[in-house]
Each structure stands twice: as C-alpha cells, then as structure tokens.
Design a protein around this ligand. Structure first.
Ligand code: HGY
Ligand code: MN
Ligand code: MN
Ligand code: MN
Length: 394
C-alpha cells in the first residue's frame, strides 16, 4: 500500500469524533483504535508485534535481536493537530517495508517498525513519554503519577486498560537491541525546496507550568481595588514571554491558559499557564528566568501568589553525523535540515545512532489542520526511507 493510502486510513481511524480534525488523543500508553490499526496493518505484512512496558509498539520483520535497524514515529497528536505529524513516519515505515519486500529484499539483521507512545505529551503533559521511559530518561514513579486533564493518573489509565503500571520504566535490554534508529517526519516549517531533507539537529526544549493564585470572587460586587485577580499577572506573563523571545533566538509559546473555576461572571481563583520554550543555542532556562521574574513581579502587584513547576526536556541534539552522511549519500540532493520540533529520535539519539528524514511541507504549518505534504513528496519520502533502510539492513 502507498503511504498516502495508509495515511488516509489513519485519518479515518484517528479523526476526533468530538473535536473534529486530526487530534487523535491517544489514551496513552493505553490501547487505542490507532494502536489496533497499526497492529493489524503490521500483522498483514507478517511483522511480529509486541507492546513493551512503556506502551510503545514494536513490529519485527524477522526475529528480534541485537543491532536492529528500527524505524518509526508516533500516532498521537495535539488538539486540532495536523494529519501528518507522526502518522507520516509510521505510514512511510510500513510502506517502505512493502517497497523492500517488492524489491525481494530481506533484512540480514533484525528490523523493526516502532510506534512510540505519547510523543506529543497531549494527555499526560510530557512529550516523548514512551521513548523517555524506554531510555530511562524520565523516572517511572513520576510517570505513574502524571495526571491528565481529568485528574486520571497514568497508572490508573494503564490499570483500566489491563496493563501493569509496574512495567513502566527503563528497558535497557530492549534499548540495547537497537543498532540504528531512523525517523521519517513531515517537515515542520518551510525550508525544503526538494522532497526530502536529512535531519541534522533538534532544538533544546523546556516546558514550565505557572500557577497564579488569587481570590475568587463575584464579577460584579467586587470593587477593582479589592481584587486579587490571577488573570492579570497571567496576562502580563504572556506578554513577557513574547518580549523575552524577541530579545533572544528562543521560540517561546503560551498555548494553554486555564482559569478556574472558569465562570464568565466569576473572578478566577487560580490561573494555570503553560510555557513552551525552545532554543537553538544554549538552553531555555535563561529565557524562563526572565519570564518567571516578570510573573512574580506581576503577581505581587496584584496581590497574588505564583508557583512554577518545570520540566527540562533536554538540550539541543546533534543527530548522528556518520548516519546522516550515509543517509544523504543514499538520497542524492537531500539537504541537511535542523528542526525546531521535538522528536523521539532526539531522545534515542543520546543512546543509539539516530537519524531523521524530513518530507517537504509546502504550507510550513504544523500542529494545525493546515499541515501538509504532497502525495508525490510522500512517495519520494518512502523511496528515500526504503533506500536508507536497505543500505542499513543489508
Ligand atoms: O512539540 C514538539 O515539538 C513535537 O511536535 N512533539
Ligand atoms: Mn508534533
Ligand atoms: Mn511529531
Ligand atoms: Mn517525533
């Protein structure tokens, strides 16, 4: 099957019936319709499927074993996300297996297609959760206690699914099996002038949550002078984020702001604000320090309190240069491409030689319905991935 056909199946299965669009909030790492779709599609190709203790799904072409060539991506998305971020890598991996089979190729070393769990952190708030747990770069006890928007912990979600939360955590044997990892991903930005680019670097990334606490009260009967309205320092902080980004090369975003209780005629008691910061050079922390100083100042001025929790999601990553050179040699004319998006390849890169292929996105839009890749470029990406995988697994 072509990757385009597989993508349209994923879109049908993963369409969000309530919110519409492609936001396929996967109850991660619990089972979901999309995981079942992948298991069925992999099974049709004679791949042996297994789920690891961290919710990642592995489809082996032949017996699992050491020095495996592994390719894949993720099937979860962000609210209102695009159709390609994640699914393009999974669909292209399955289609590349078809292409290699049609060529009469059989891998001479272990070979797997992997779907990592909760790459966007859309449910439990930590991106690349499945690959971080696999590699031991996030503590399993902290992971079990992560809560979704309804207050359900990851441990509860797993138990409900019939999975065992005790299985979460570093999986050194499984990690040691991976010889090389390659993730094909839709371009997130608009730099490519040819169908396929070879990933070079991944930005440093951090997330912070700020909670402003004031005094809930009546919107009409509370005089302005008597208010301790947490929405005010929150609003000041959103503007401080933009100022801090302008003064550096950082990309800083407030995409989520949650007042509680959330009544139109109610002065909020608390306002939660989530901050996402990426930097190409250095780390995000100095930018966040500037924002936190502004937030504390604004909170004091309004008579509110502010507390912050942080999750440094890792420094900038340089993908394996020897692998990138091998990939570029297999794809004539493919330029090298940095990315400002986080990826499972960036997590694995600290442990195994990891590489990325990016497929041109003419709109440059990502994490929104406008995200796009032309069919011809998608097929070009599959051909490139198949050529790279054949080179690595022969
Ligand atoms: O957030 C990111 O950069 C990625 O798309 N998960
Ligand atoms: Mn994404
Ligand atoms: Mn992605
Ligand atoms: Mn990714």
């Amino acid at each position: 099957m072509t990757a385009t056909e597989l993508l349209s199946e994923i879109a049908d299965v993963g369409r969000d019936p309530v919110r519409g669009g492609w936001s396929r909030h996967v109850a991660t790492p619990a089972e979901s319709d999309l995981t079942e779709w992948f298991v069925e599609r992999a099974g049709r190709r004679g791949l042996d499927v297994e789920r690891d203790g961290n919710g990642n799904t592995w489809a082996w072409w032949g017996a699992p074993g050491p020095d495996a060539v592994v390719t894949g991506s993720h099937l979860d998305s962000v609210p209102g996300g695009g159709q390609f971020d994640g699914p393009l890598g999974v669909a292209s991996a399955l289609s590349a297996v078809d292409t290699l089979s049609d060529r009469g190729f059989r891998p001479s070393r272990p070979f797997a297609v992997v779907v990592f769990a909760e790459e966007e952190g859309g449910r439990f708030g930590l991106p690349c959760l499945g690959s971080r747990l696999l590699t031991g770069s996030f503590d399993a006890d902290r992971a079990r206690a992560l809560r979704d928007a309804d207050g359900v912990t990851l441990a509860e979600a797993l138990t409900t699914r019939g999975d065992d939360p005790a299985r979460l955590g570093a999986d050194p044997d499984r990690l040691a099996r991976i010889g090389t990892f390659v993730e094909l991903h839709v371009e997130q930005g608009r730099a490519l002038e040819v169908p396929v680019g070879v990933g070079s670097t991944i930005v440093a990334h951090g997330r912070w949550r700020l909670r402003f606490t004031g005094q809930g009260n009546h919107a009409g009967t509370t005089a302005t002078a008597d208010r301790r309205d947490p929405m005010i320092p929150a609003a000041e902080t959103v503007l401080a984020v933009r100022r801090a980004a302008r003064e550096t090369d950082a990309r800083a975003t407030v995409g989520r702001l949650v007042p509680r209780p959330g009544g139109t005629n109610v002065i909020a008691s608390t306002v939660d604000l989530w901050l996402d910061v990426r930097t190409f050079t250095g780390s995000p922390e100095p930018v966040v320090d500037t924002v936190l100083a502004a937030a504390r100042c604004a909170a004091r001025a309004e008579g509110c309190a502010v507390e912050s929790t942080t999750e440094s999601l890792g420094g900038a990553v340089t993908l394996d240069e020897a692998l990138a050179a091998r990939m570029a040699a297999a794809i004539p004319g493919a330029p090298s491409l940095p990315t400002a998006a986080g990826h499972d390849a960036g997590i694995l890169a600290a442990h195994v030689p990891s590489g990325m292929l990016h497929v041109r996105n003419p709109t440059g839009v990502s994490h929104a319905p406008g995200e796009h890749a032309e069919d011809d470029d998608v097929e070009e990406g599959v051909r490139a991935l198949a050529d790279v995988l054949e080179e690595l697994a022969r």
